[in-house]
Design a protein around this ligand. Structure first.
Ligand SMILES: [Mg+2]
Length: 369
């Protein structure tokens, strides 16, 4: 399906801001149980407070823009997952006030990104380890741990916004392993970024994007196999498990069944494949309504901010920023920062007629020696 540049821009904005809205709705009830259907539909005190999910997604976006600028000026840059790792070191600094490396992200100065909002322990400890042992240089054949927590998948949507579909999954998968080494964390990140890439680049239906992404994931052969046949067998098993739960989510979305009942059949979203499955269910079931999709995705007894963030990313990318209800847009914090990052991703590095990058505003954000 063809789309104009303004449609594309609307989708990128919708994905980033939509994810933040879902995150903020769910963050209010992340650790509560006994949640009723549609219990939460608005922000407490009409203020949408983002959590670590959105923080890390925005550092992902900023790091990719920093890398692209470096590539344009120097002709050489780190691999995207390594640049993203440096971005996460900046996020770690905002959480622990450490001072172990030179920051690369301009957003690290934003006050709302310097607050602690229930950060995932796995993300913190893995990043602490990486600042010690390899300073961001990722060994693509080594898995950092065996965690499949949903912190791996909650932050990868910007990769699907900025990187072409063919490459987005692989880069998201390797960047998931910055903090989470379980195959299901890496494969879920692969699929999430692909879904976003297909929706924004090719304007596919959500179900089509999910099915194509599952197929790509099944065909992907990550470097982690290390020519070890037993290792490959494990990955093949995990691939089949992810395919099964996502296909179950699609099937449930077509049944006449209450949302909380359907979601309970997919899990609670504390692990990556369940979080992605819940977001898949909610966004296919409610594919014409941003509000219905995110309300469905957050109102359950599990990891509501992450399932909300993923659903908001997906439905926001599909319907676009203009279809997000004004209530959410008017009350979500740091909306201007998100729109600036979104538009920078759409516009790309500004190359002048001499082939240089001379835009002072751009350089002040994305170029550091
Ligand atoms: Mg969170």
């Amino acid at each position: 399906m063809n789309q104009t540049l303004s449609d594309y821009k609307d989708k990128v904005r919708g994905c980033l801001v939509g994810g933040a809205v879902g995150d903020a709705l769910g963050y209010q009830i992340e650790f509560e149980i006994g949640i009723k259907p549609k219990q939460v539909t608005r922000f407490k005190n009409n203020k949408g407070i983002i959590s670590d999910d959105t923080q890390m997604a925005l550092f992902t976006a900023n790091a990719l823009l920093w890398r692209e600028t470096r590539l344009a000026i120097r002709g050489i840059a780190l691999a995207p997952p390594e640049a993203i790792c440096l971005g996460y070191f900046d996020w770690l600094r905002t959480q622990e006030k450490t001072d172990k490396h030179t920051p690369i992200c301009w957003i690290e100065k934003i006050p709302e990104l310097n607050v602690i909002r229930e950060p995932g322990r796995t993300c913190l400890t893995a990043l602490e380890e990486r600042t010690k042992d390899d300073n961001g240089t990722l060994n693509f054949s080594r898995l950092i741990n065996d965690s499949k927590g949903s912190g791996a998948v909650m932050r990868v949507a910007p990769i699907g916004l900025y990187i072409i579909p063919k490459e987005a999954g692989k880069i998201a998968g390797y960047s998931a392993n910055i903090t989470h080494g379980h195959p299901l964390a890496i494969l879920s990140a692969f699929v999430m970024a692909k879904i976003i890439a297909y929706i924004v680049s090719e304007n596919t239906k959500i179900e089509t994007a999910v099915l194509r992404s599952i197929k790509d994931m099944m065909d992907w052969e990550p470097d982690y196999y290390e020519n070890n046949r037993c290792h490959k067998l494990r990955w093949d098993t995990e691939k089949s498990e992810l395919k099964e739960i996502l296909e179950r989510a699609i099937k449930l979305a077509k049944e006449n069944i209450e949302d909380t009942n359907a979601i309970s059949q997919l899990g609670q979203g504390w692990v990556s494949e369940e979080a992605l499955a819940i977001a898949t269910y909610s966004t296919i079931k409610h594919q014409d309504s941003f509000e219905d999709a995110v309300v469905s995705a957050v109102n359950h007894d599990g990891d509501s901010d992450t399932t909300g963030a993923l659903a908001g990313n997906i439905i926001g990318a599909k319907l676009g920023y203009n279809k997000i209800p004004d209530y959410y847009k008017n009350n979500i914090e740091i909306k201007d920062v998100m729109l600036e990052l979104a538009d920078d991703m759409v516009n790309g590095v500004p190359i002048d007629k001499n082939g240089d990058v001379s835009d002072a505003t751009w350089l002040s954000k994305y170029w550091h020696l």
